[in-house]
Design a protein. Sequence first.
Length: 88
Amino acid sequence: MLKYVVTAAIAAALFAAVPLQSSFAQTARPAATPATPAKPPAAASERKLSPQQAKMKECGAKWQAHKKEAKVSGRAEHRKFMSTCLKA
């Protein structure tokens, strides 16, 4: 019983030692800067697609058109279509 009392007292002392105010305190914000227009990352716009990625992108666009035209959906249909498209 004494072991539990001592453990609880140590835990309470440690909990009390942690300053609660600092976790809820607001940090000072820097002075307002003029808004600058957001620019897309240069690396993303200049990146080239690999041949496989280009083919996947092309087949994805074809799938969207085929899906609207033939009114099909579902994972099985998508996999079947992509398989035939990527083999071509």
